[in-house]
Design a protein around this ligand. Structure first.
Ligand SMILES: N[C@@H](CCC(=O)N[C@@H](CS)C(=O)NCC(=O)O)C(=O)O
Length: 225
């Protein structure tokens, strides 16, 4: 895992929810490919290894497999479920695509996020410092602006728009899954938890009252386990 990787946070949200004992191995962001070479040519985080040696890659398939092996598939639910499939895809495209812009969409947030990433990851000492200062114009200039432009909305606007859609779909129940969170709740929660690490960016999301009410219900549900 990488400590600041949004996809890793999806898996972490599930593991915390299930209270499943596991080991977290933090890799150096500059050496991802080498560190996860045991997973073939995937070359990304997260990678999950079961105690029997089975290796699973890609965050949503990892969540699904952990739920299947350790939780009788209860969070994933029925094999056929159009609503779940639609919304897990929504999370993995819409929420995913909104994540980089909110973190790096302005010069201020890009600098603040790269410094925060350098603090939370295991770079070597010099690489971390270099990344904190040299990484931000790259993230801001190339990645975030391109993605924000695609949606036609400013990063904060985009998040609030997505949270409106999400809260509308959650409806009158506490969670997407009903009275208890399901796999889709945990995926969206994981993306948001990864942003929470970076105060400056998260403040923009915190202004969405209903979204935060759901986020806090998720936190309380995790604390109850
Ligand atoms: N679809 C994958 C995306 C994984 C991913 O892009 N991870 C990033 C870190 S947050 C990574 O390892 N990037 C390295 C690379 O693409 O070379 C998932 O959901 O797990």
């Amino acid at each position: 895992m990488l400590n600041t990787c949004p996809f890793t946070w999806k898996v972490r949200a599930l593991l915390d929810h299930l209270d499943l004992p596991h080991e977290r191995i933090q890799v150096n962001p500059m050496k991802i490919k080498k560190s996860v070479a045991f997973a073939g040519d995937w070359g990304k985080t997260p990678v999950w290894k079961m105690s029997d040696g089975e290796v699973v890659v890609d965050s949503t398939p990892i969540m699904r497999r952990i739920d299947e092996v350790h939780n009788e598939g209860k969070l994933w639910g029925d094999v056929e479920n159009e609503r779940r499939d639609k919304w897990i895809n929504w999370a993995d495209t819409e929420i995913k695509n909104a994540t980089i812009p909110i973190l790096y969409g302005s010069i201020g947030s890009a600098l603040s996020t790269t410094r925060s990433v350098a603090k939370h990851e295991r770079f070597g000492l010099m690489t971390g410092r270099l990344y904190a200062w040299a990484g931000f114009p790259i993230m801001w200039g190339i990645i975030a602006r391109k993605r924000a432009k695609n949606s036609g909305m400013k990063p904060q606007e985009l998040w609030h728009h997505l949270l409106d859609e999400w809260i509308n779909e959650v409806g009158n129940q506490p969670f997407f899954g009903g009275n208890e969170p399901d796999i889709v709740d945990l995926a969206v929660f994981g993306y948001m938890k990864s942003i929470e690490l970076h105060n400056k960016a998260f403040r923009l999301i915190q202004e969405h009252a209903d979204g935060m009410a759901w986020f806090n219900r998720m936190k309380n549900a995790a604390a109850k386990q």
